[in-house]
Design a protein around this ligand. Structure first.
Ligand code: PMV
Length: 354
């Protein structure tokens, strides 16, 4: 993923919009540097996204890292600096021109920053795309396939799940024998058949808690080292990927619900059985889960939930059921949401240059 590139661009600006994604099979546990302990699979989202403009200026220096400023919604955001600094340090060997530049990174999210929706996947993907695009200026022959792979590779160095936010609609990250082209270094589009019932699948993100997480995902991944159930969990992720292949091909929604909900609960079970142990779900998370189960049982609608490393709940349902499910959300679930807030999103097709 490293090329000798001599950049001549003096100054300019590049803008990319990258979507968020929601994992169906969860990535939890990692090895150096930013390689997943198990393979994962996600739906790319459509509306929940980060737009980042990278303003660059060639400023030759003796330094080894680029200098940069970072703005969120037009205002300096010092809180983002450490993550971006670490990202630049990891990316340096693969983007040797970095040190010659000063960057102004202007970023904004389509969802409120304090909503508890993780912006690191979409944010790191958007930044990685801008930098790969800057590299492409010196290598105009760079093929699209290489461009996407490199952007995903770099995004991974910022946040593992960000590697899955370059393309869509279904994306695989981490080496998995069932997909020969898969890799621990970057994500690839899911190469197998997806039944039309999954096309346009909806994701309603119910905002349960907007507070800062007590335990970051980095800390959570680290707690999988020496975790008593780690090996069983990693094997389970692989077997869930095996199970999903015929589920996707046949449009087996019952099979889909079973794997997706189990994955969400196992992710949180890993947190609850880490040392130190912790719980990120809130009472309203469990309230929503119970209501979803009751509703699915009584209405026979294939509505299911999944969870990130947080208290918010993602509800997944086929497009054809959206009127009914969205009525149910309004009538029964908004009271569980922080200030009644939720975001209706759907499967998307990946990042776009603006
Ligand atoms: O990309 P990270 O390091 O924030 O880890 C993401 C972990 C989960 O969101 C919980 C699961 C996943 O696969 O996205």
């Amino acid at each position: 993923m490293s090329r000798t590139v001599v950049l001549e661009a003096e100054s300019g600006s590049i803008t990319w919009r990258a979507p968020s994604n929601i994992a169906l099979v969860k990535y939890w546990g990692k090895r150096e540097v930013q390689c997943p302990a198990n393979p994962s699979l996600s739906f790319t989202l459509s509306k929940a996204a980060t737009t980042t403009s990278l303003k660059y200026e060639n400023r030759p220096s003796d330094g080894i890292s680029p200098t940069f400023e970072v703005l969120l919604d037009g205002k300096p955001e010092e809180g983002f600096r450490p993550k971006i600094q670490t990202f630049f340090e990891r990316a340096r060997p693969y983007l040797p021109f970095l040190k010659d530049y000063h960057f102004i990174i202007e970023t904004s999210n389509s969802f409120p920053h304090s909503s508890g929706i993780a912006s690191s996947a979409s944010g790191m993907a958007a930044l990685a795309l801008c930098l790969t695009d800057l590299e492409r200026q010196a290598s105009p022959g760079m093929e699209d396939a290489y461009f996407k792979k490199k952007a995903s590779f770099l995004a991974r160095l910022g946040s593992g799940s960000a590697s899955r936010s370059i393309q869509g609609p279904l994306v695989q990250f981490g080496k998995y024998a069932g997909i020969p082209e898969s890799s621990d270094l970057y994500a690839v589009p899911y190469p197998y058949k997806m039944h039309p019932v999954f096309e346009g699948m909806k994701d309603a993100i119910l905002l349960v808690d907007k507070g800062e997480k007590q335990v970051s995902s980095t800390a959570g991944h680290n707690l999988m080292k020496g975790h008593p159930f780690a090996q069983a969990r990693y094997s389970q992720a692989v077997s869930n990927l095996d199970t999903l292949k015929p589920v996707f091909a046949a449009g087996d929604l019952d099979g889909f619900v079973r794997v997706v909900e189990s994955e969400a609960l196992v992710l949180h079970a890993m947190m609850m059985s880490s040392l130190p142990y912790y719980v990120l779900m809130k009472p309203n998370t469990l309230g929503i889960i119970q209501r979803v189960w009751d509703y699915r049982h009584s209405e026979q609608v294939p509505l299911c939930f999944t969870l990130d490393a947080g208290a918010n709940v993602h509800l997944l349902y086929p497009r054809d059921d959206s009127a009914q499910v969205e009525r149910f959300i309004e009538e029964a679930l908004v009271d569980y949401c922080f200030e009644g807030q939720y975001i209706c999103d759907q499967i998307g097709f990946g990042a776009k240059k603006m």
